[in-house]
Design a protein around this ligand. Structure first.
Ligand code: F0G
Length: 527
């Protein structure tokens, strides 16, 4: 079936014109680090889909209805409601849309909201917000990770009998900041990704079938946990949906259920890294048997019914430019396993690091934008357009003969650089894929990012097993509601030109900061 356009563009951001020589001078000045390159000089910016979304008219309207009070601003209540609606109830939209955006002045709407005690889900309300807090606003996703892992590690350190040391987290894939935050806090990380990420997938089947290659390898995780020493050390199972580390691939509902069963069997809390929950739900609806008639909001609720808690960056499927949150089920496995007071400890750290519980480092405007964004992102027309756009981008590249990892994920297209450079005799420590991103930026003004041996620190891994796990990819993340087909056509043509002259693309040398943690944001390079 054809997908009609889901929106019109009403605000336009013109690009400046610039030559490759000028871009080369700027690249040199920023030590060839693509993250440090000025966005104003980029014409197609695929660096990230995070915080880069266009703001919708409904979000602008919601922002105007917010306020910037230090205590309990309106956006706080709207975001609490949006979380309950989207993750627990299936998109009821009452408070924000019927009361706040409508400008209701009748006090009963508000009193009903402010007085009602609530507990049991991910968002305690009323007096329960104070005495048993379980929902924490933070500036972005990594802050939620920091809050969770650092607090949990402190609790486990203080009570060594709760869990053997060092504690373990199991995942289908840790995003770079998640990996860094958990490692710094002292956790030992184990990635069990379903095998076959880079296996061939026929282009004719894109849009027809999906193998859900982001899935947790439940059998491998189960084998790991069958050793009682490992089970005793495992603090959390973390499912990243979609799996950004594994080329943005989705996780099936069946896999979520199997993972939840495994977690339950061992009494381990199951958390989601839920940044791209709506895109994951769209994949479930389109590709998983039995879900085609289920509305997206219901699929989301069904997914989250299996989670004991989650971290989320609202910069992705919150459609917001800033924001994040951590929450866990009131009186769930997490709370019962790691002291009933864990919410109090988390809240103390939230206040010390980010701000009072009702804003947590976000402005009132941003809270309103995220609340409205959470509702809008689960709309089917939007999601169909989104998935179709990313798929269409991958198809354009394939038509031009460029090796693309298929099927594409929800938020990005990944180039398979092992295939790209297959006949060039490149070794991983030449970082040729970084060289490719530099040529693409200099010559065409297209910004992508290497997600391979450089980004995942191939050279620092000591075991062949760890090295084998690292995919050799370049990511082109697609911002939400920002680009048109012209961007994709131009980019596919540019990459195809570079592919034809792949033998001439230089590698990259790290000139500074090779030893730094998450070095791709910080180190200096040179072609
Ligand atoms: N988890 C996942 C799966 C992510 O993709 C990201 C961010 C985070 C956590 C951290 O969230 O940026 O709000 O602090 N991903 C962005 C990206 C940066 O480009 O993939 P954050």
């Amino acid at each position: 079936p054809l997908t009609p356009p889901a929106h019109n563009v009403l605000v336009v951001h013109p690009h400046i014109s610039i030559t490759p020589e000028e871009r080369e001078a700027v690249l040199r000045s920023v030590e060839y680090n693509v993250f440090a390159f000025p966005a104003a000089l980029v014409s197609c910016d695929f660096l990230s889909d995070s915080g880069t979304s266009a703001v919708t008219d409904v979000q602008w309207a919601a922002m105007v209805r917010g306020d910037e009070s230090y205590g309990r601003n309106s956006g706080y209540y709207c975001l609490l409601d949006a979380f309950r609606d989207v993750f627990e109830r299936g998109d009821k939209q009452e408070y924000l849309f019927r009361d706040v955006l409508a400008g209701t002045t009748d006090s009963s709407f508000y009193l009903n909201k402010f007085l009602k005690p609530r507990s049991g889900g991910f968002v305690n309300g009323g007096r329960m917000q104070l005495i048993r807090p379980n929902f924490f606003i933070v500036p972005q996703g990594r802050c939620a990770e920091f809050l969770l892992f650092s607090t949990l590690a402190n609790i486990l350190e203080a009570n060594r009998s709760a869990l053997a040391w060092p504690p373990v987290i199991i995942s289908n894939g840790f995003f770079d900041t998640t990996n860094a935050n958990a490692s710094v806090a002292g956790f030992e990380l184990h990635t069990f990704l379903q095998p076959g990420l880079t296996e061939l997938f026929p282009i004719e089947k894109v849009g027809v079938e999906n193998p859900f290659r982001g899935n947790l390898d439940v059998a491998a995780a189960s084998a790991f946990l069958s050793n009682p020493e490992n089970a005793k050390r495992t603090a959390l199972i973390l499912l990243t949906i979609t799996n950004n580390w594994a080329a943005g691939q989705p996780v099936s509902m069946a896999n979520i259920k199997a993972t939840a069963a495994l977690a339950c069997q061992h009494g381990i809390p199951l958390f989601f890294d839920a940044c791209r929950f709506a895109e994951n739900a769209a994949f479930v609806q389109v590709f998983e048997p039995g879900y085609s008639h289920m509305p997206i909001p219901q699929i989301v609720v069904d997914m989250f019914a299996h989670a004991d808690g989650f971290t989320i960056s609202l910069k992705k499927d919150g459609l917001a430019n800033m924001g994040g949150a951590l929450c866990f089920r009131d009186e769930g496995v997490f709370a019962s396993r790691f002291t009933a007071d864990i919410g109090i400890h988390l809240k103390e750290r939230q206040i010390i690091c980010y701000g009072n519980d009702s804003y947590g480092g976000m402005s009132g405007r941003d809270l309103m934008a995220a609340a409205a964004g959470l509702y809008q992102v689960t709309q089917e027309a939007y999601l169909r357009n989104r998935i179709r756009q990313v798929q269409g981008f991958a198809q354009r590249l394939v038509e031009k003969g460029v090796p693309v990892l298929l099927p594409p994920g929800g938020s990005a297209v990944f180039l398979d650089m092992d295939v790209f450079f297959a006949d060039c005799g490149r070794s991983y420590d030449e970082f040729a894929s970084v060289g490719f991103t530099l040529e693409l930026l200099r010559d065409y003004g297209i910004r992508s990012v290497e997600a391979g041996p450089f980004g995942w620190e191939w050279d620092k891994k000591t075991s062949a097993k760890e090295r084998d796990l690292i995919p050799n990819l370049v990511r082109l993340a697609v911002p939400r509601n920002v680009m048109t087909d012209v961007h994709f056509e131009y980019t596919a043509a540019a990459i195809s030109q570079l592919y034809r002259r792949r033998h001439t693309i230089p590698g990259a040398r790290i000139t500074r900061g090779a030893e730094l943690r998450i070095r791709h944001f910080q180190s200096g390079l040179e072609p």
